[in-house]
Design a binder for this molecule. Structure first.
Ligand SMILES: CC(C)(COP(=O)(O)OP(=O)(O)OC[C@H]1O[C@@H](n2cnc3c(N)ncnc32)[C@H](O)[C@@H]1OP(=O)(O)O)[C@@H](O)C(=O)NCCC(=O)NCCS
Length: 160
């Protein structure tokens, strides 16, 4: 499996995965992925590999997007999206992407923020493993489901 930067050519596959992973929460279309990837302070990367280890052909198995905000000398990051093909989950793919996100943040001694649906225990477990802690709640955050979100924060390295 290989971690690599995503390009606009990956947008349709990201949208295909979003549809499966976030069915009740306005999954991003290919066009939205395109736009997000084009923003200068967003970084998109993913993991490519074989869906079936018995076959050689590879496909994008997971994707993640982060944004950098604030002053260049003291930035903070936000995880905008992260997902892994259901057929490839529990193989460490999210971990490969989170390692990269946290490494980038630690290089800049920056905190990382995210929102996660209340009850999304796989994702919350993943984030807690990277020192994220629940800091607040956004009511009615996801539409059209109306589900609430936890705000989670990974403090900057110098404050952990
Ligand atoms: C959350 C998600 C990205 C995890 O991807 P993954 O590649 O399966 O995760 P990994 O194999 O790298 O697992 C890393 C850790 O996450 C946690 N985790 C992942 N899936 C889990 C599950 N089903 N139940 C409990 N913990 C889980 C565990 O701590 C796991 O470590 P472990 O395998 O050593 O126990 C994936 O389940 C997913 O795409 N979910 C739907 C989309 C989503 O909810 N994204 C997050 C939006 S905020």
């Amino acid at each position: 499996m290989k971690l690599r930067e995503l390009t606009p050519a990956d947008a349709p596959r990201c949208a295909e995965l979003e549809k499966v992973l976030f069915p009740g929460e306005t999954p991003w279309s290919s066009g939205v992925f395109h736009q997000e990837m084009a923003q200068p302070f967003n970084f998109y990367f993913g993991v490519e590999g074989a869906l079936d280890p018995a076959h050689e052909s590879t496909v994008l198995l997971g994707y993640a997007g982060i944004g950098m905000m604030g002053p260049a000398a003291d930035p903070e990051f936000e995880i905008h999206t992260i997902g892994v093909d259901p057929a490839a989950q529990r193989r460490g793919i999210a971990r490969m992407m989170m390692d990269n996100i946290c490494h980038i943040a630690d290089l800049k001694d920056a905190p990382v923020f995210l929102e996660v649906r209340v009850g999304n225990e796989p994702a919350i477990g993943l984030y807690e493993g990277y020192a994220f802690a629940k800091q607040g709640m956004r009511k009615n955050y996801y539409q059209p489901s109306g589900a609430d979100a936890h705000v989670m924060v990974r403090p900057r390295q110098s404050e952990r």
